[in-house]
Design a protein around this ligand. Structure first.
Ligand SMILES: [Zn+2]
Length: 255
């Protein structure tokens, strides 16, 4: 048995801790201090780290954590990310036996080129890093926006009940954009209301289901006539799903 809890870090990062009452794996430990404090408070020892990508707010705490716990660090090896001890590629499997969890590794470029995600079909869990956010998606720093679209399409085709654990609390601000480009969508209205209630009591809006993303996330809804209409009204040339996605990402960057 296991539980998954958020360890808040920086302004709006979540470091996810997969744990039982003795051991934990942490996902994207950008900062060591909150992880060490959480482990000490709960009398739990660290068994390993999972990384989705090499941005500093996801890997910045690894070195300090490894000075205390000499544990495996899983992720995609890259010259700019020297901390990975176990390289993972598309189709690889990662088994966390003590939790009965098996992950399939997905390469999901488009935020940065070597971003990976951890998907457990048996448990319906996805650690998606900075590719998919609540009602939004990551910025395109490396690779193409088309690759980002393709990566999100892969997430969109997972079972709707899949719980996505992303690394930032961005849902409320993403919904403000969703409301502008998908103004008549009642599911967006409902999610705005629910998100405001949750944030008012400092509750995390993550994880969320793929189902709610399909209903409210404009980046997974580029084919919808309402969104195509909004794009054209905003002056973008959106003739098909892919061009709509590219236009949406550009619009969101300026929003
Ligand atoms: Zn990032």
């Amino acid at each position: 048995m296991y539980d998954i809890v958020a360890i808040p870090a920086f302004e709006d990062n979540y470091i996810w801790a997969l744990h039982n009452d003795q051991h934990a794996f942490v996902v994207d430990p950008g900062d060591a201090a909150p992880v060490l404090a959480w482990l000490a408070r709960n009398n739990i020892s660290l068994s390993g780290m999972l990384c989705t990508h090499r941005h500093h707010d996801h890997v910045g705490g690894i070195e300090e954590l490894r000075a205390v716990y000499n544990v495996p660090v899983y992720g995609r090896q890259h010259k700019k990310n020297p901390h990975i001890t176990h390289d993972l590629r598309e189709g690889d499997k990662l088994s966390l036996e003590e939790f009965g969890l098996n992950f399939d590794i997905m390469e999901v470029p488009g935020h940065i080129e070597d971003h990976i995600a951890y998907y457990s079909s048996g448990s319906g869990i996805l650690f998606c890093g900075d590719v998919l956010f609540g009602a939004g998606c990551g910025r395109n720093f490396e690779g193409s926006v088309k690759e980002l679209h393709h990566s999100l399409q892969r997430f969109a085709s997972l079972p709707p009940s899949t719980l996505a654990y992303c690394a930032h609390e961005y849902t409320a601000s993403n919904l403000r954009f969703a409301k502008v480009c998908d103004p008549m969508n009642p599911d967006v209205d409902h999610r705005i209301e629910r998100t405001a209630q949750m944030r008012a009591v400092n509750q995390s809006t993550v994880p969320f289901t793929i189902e709610i993303e399909l209903a409210t996330n404009p980046f997974l809804r580029c084919k919808e006539p309402a969104i195509l209409h909004s794009l054209r009204q905003a002056g973008y040339d959106a003739i098909d799903e892919e061009s709509a996605f590219i236009a949406l990402r550009e619009w969101r960057d300026k929003f």
